[in-house]
Write a protein that binds this ligand. Structure first.
Ligand SMILES: [Fe+2]
Length: 317
């Protein structure tokens, strides 16, 4: 039976039903992937996948991006509940990232190799808030006037998690968590052409902090203005999670952000991040003034030494 893809009304993305992601044959996978490319974000209600099934679904999209040294699974727990069962509190490193993630972004643009896709499945949800909101940057590009499209064509911006977190009010040390590295700030095009669909999109978000060749303040003003205009209805979609829902989105053309919630309540999702193809998602890096050092590399792999026991953090940017 064919899957049912219902585009969200006056909003981005689509809801997919009549599919069991734990038992996906190749024909059905092709339909799902086609819908993913068309709609940018897909929500699959009530899937309740176990780790293995979610991992297998994530690997359909490509290679898994490893977010901590020694990661051997395709899935990670993501949320405000720590390994000891206690809730993350203000001042914790992970709390800073949770707050930062409430700004519009696309995943891993601050790494040499940006992410292709990201996936979340809801395990524990708060009574109110804590949704995930998406914005379609293809539609945002299409909505720009011709003069602005021409102005942006050919511009590139530096991306850095230190900078986005600093703007959110948080400082971080080099190399203590994924993203806070000495690999340099990737320089990425402001207008991205999707490697599979060929569609153009606005590709900036909170990690983009300076446009090459432009005054820093003027850069930020331009970048902020673009995102303010871009992330508006009908290009957005806020998904209010129900336990068991799974969402997957295309980081190459969609922005997302976390909706605030009462952090005295637990919120746990199971995440998977799929690495970009180097042909289209690998960017050159340049010294990041907020990092302790600059050791350029095209690898996302953590420089954390094996001597420090690798541990899975609760939260990632
Ligand atoms: Fe994210």
């Amino acid at each position: 039976m064919a899957i049912t893809v219902q585009p969200n009304e006056n909003a981005a993305g689509a809801v997919v039903t009549d599919v069991d992601l734990a038992a996906l044959d190749d024909g059905t996978w092709a339909e799902v992937y086609g819908a993913f490319l068309t709609h940018g974000v897909l929500v699959f209600p009530g899937q309740h996948l176990d780790e293995e099934a979610q991992g297998a679904f994530a690997r359909r999209f490509g290679n898994v991006e490893k977010l901590y040294p020694g990661q051997d699974r395709a899935t990670l727990h993501f949320g405000n509940v720590k390994a000891d069962g206690k809730l993350t509190r203000p001042g914790d490193e992970s709390f800073k990232l949770l707050r930062g993630n409430e700004g519009w972004h696309t995943d891993s643009t601050y790494m040499p190799l940006a992410a292709k896709a990201s996936m979340l499945m809801a395990l524990v949800v708060p009574a109110e808030g804590g949704g995930t909101e998406f914005a379609d940057m293809r539609a945002a590009y299409d909505a720009l006037d011709r003069a602005m499209q021409e102005k942006l064509e050919g511009l590139s911006a530096y991306h850095s998690l230190y900078h986005s977190q600093a703007r959110a009010g948080f400082a971080h040390n080099t190399d203590h968590m994924y993203g806070f590295h000495d690999k340099g700030a990737p320089l990425r095009p402001v207008i991205k052409t999707h490697p599979e669909t060929g569609r153009k999109s606005l590709y900036t978000g909170r990690h983009a902090y300076r446009i090459e060749g432009m005054d820093p303040d003027a850069s930020l003003a331009l970048l902020d203005g673009l995102m303010d205009d871009a992330c508006q209805p009908p290009r957005t979609y806020l998904h209010a999670w129900t336990v068991g829902d799974l969402a997957v989105w295309d980081n190459r053309c969609m922005m997302h952000r976390a909706q605030p919630y009462d952090t005295s309540q637990p919120r746990v999702l199971r995440a998977s991040r799929v690495a970009g193809e180097p042909e289209s998602e690998l960017a050159p890096t340049f010294a990041d003034p907020k990092a302790d050092a600059f050791r350029p590399t095209s690898s996302n792999e953590s420089a954390l030494t094996a001597g420090k026991s690798p541990k899975e953090p609760d939260v990632y940017a």
